[in-house]
Ligand binder design. Structure first.
Ligand SMILES: Cc1cc2nc3c(=O)[nH]c(=O)nc-3n(C[C@H](O)[C@H](O)[C@H](O)COP(=O)(O)OP(=O)(O)OC[C@H]3O[C@@H](n4cnc5c(N)ncnc54)[C@H](O)[C@@H]3O)c2cc1C
Length: 241
């Protein structure tokens, strides 16, 4: 079996949380199966989710801050801050990207949203004309695990929150699939704080099994150059969106 490189991005502030337990179970199972696991525990790292000029060395325009233009320049010149460049190196090296987070106000905690905005930068994670089927990360796989307070009934068609697939669509479709990842069905630990301990045990076992299963699937070889485009050409990034 091929050895995969896996990056787990964890966004929960409490080390004894169920998100941490899922991360630990997944990591242990992957390593036991011979895979390499990198971890970005965002709260433990003190990751700053706020975008700004501190993301870059230098500026394309010191007068007016246009985020995607600054990201494009930094991608071209290798001018991201050390914090962002370090995370980008991990993303670039990973065959499989795994996100683990609690559902907060119907989406990812702000720290993870900020990780998307800052790390998955224009010029690094996407460029004009290269999205979805032509996304820069096509050939790689992504999995995400979400814990909820709400029960499955609340996330049903008739439930007050609506189907979980709809709730998670922004992360899946507008984030991971946008970059070209092949995304497996979201793993949802419904009502994690309310269910019986045995159910939480089942969640941990099922998530560990899911990750090992995904790691056994084929992936396209990780590129050493994450920018297959000629980024020295302005045309590649002048129309960001
Ligand atoms: C700001 C905010 C917004 C929210 N918005 C929403 C929302 O929109 N929709 C919604 O449904 N919910 C919402 N919630 C609830 C939230 O999604 C849940 O509280 C969260 O998903 C629970 O996951 P956790 O990792 O924090 O688990 P925890 O609450 O930390 O843990 C759950 C249980 O698992 C136990 N546990 C820990 N480790 C293990 C282990 N190894 N084995 C077995 N059990 C273990 C813990 O002791 C605890 O009993 C919100 C909460 C907050 C704070």
């Amino acid at each position: 079996m091929d050895r995969r490189s896996v990056l787990i991005v964890l966004a929960n502030p409490e080390p004894t949380s169920f998100c941490h337990a899922l991360t630990h179970a997944g990591r242990t199972a992957l390593e036991a199966a011979g895979h390499e696991v990198m971890l970005s525990d965002l709260y433990a790292m003190g990751f700053n989710p706020v975008a700004g000029r501190h993301d870059f060395d230098g500026a394309a325009d010191p007068e007016r801050f246009h985020y995607q233009s600054e990201q494009a320049r930094a991608a071209r010149l290798g001018a991201f801050s050390a914090e962002i460049a370090g995370e980008q190196r991990k993303v670039a090296a990973a065959d499989i990207l795994v996100l683990v987070f609690p559902l907060w106000w119907g989406g990812a905690p702000a720290i993870l949203k900020g990780w998307f905005e800052r790390v998955l930068a224009y010029g690094f994670a996407y460029v004009d004309g290269y999205r979805f089927d032509t996304g820069l990360f096509r050939g790689r796989r992504a999995v995400f695990a979400v814990t909820t307070g709400g029960t499955p009934a609340r996330f049903s068609e008739e439930g007050v929150y609506g189907p979980i697939e709809d709730v998670l669509m922004p992360v899946r479709r507008l984030g991971l699939e946008y970059m070209g990842y092949e995304v497996s069905e979201p793993f949802v630990a419904y009502a994690a704080p309310r269910v019986a301990p045995e159910v939480r045990g089942d969640y941990l076992a099922a998530f560990a099994a899911r990750l090992v299963e995904v790691a056994a699937l084929p992936v396209a070889p990780v590129r050493s150059d994450t920018h297959p485009l000629d980024l020295s050409s302005d045309a590649a990034w002048t129309r960001a969106g």
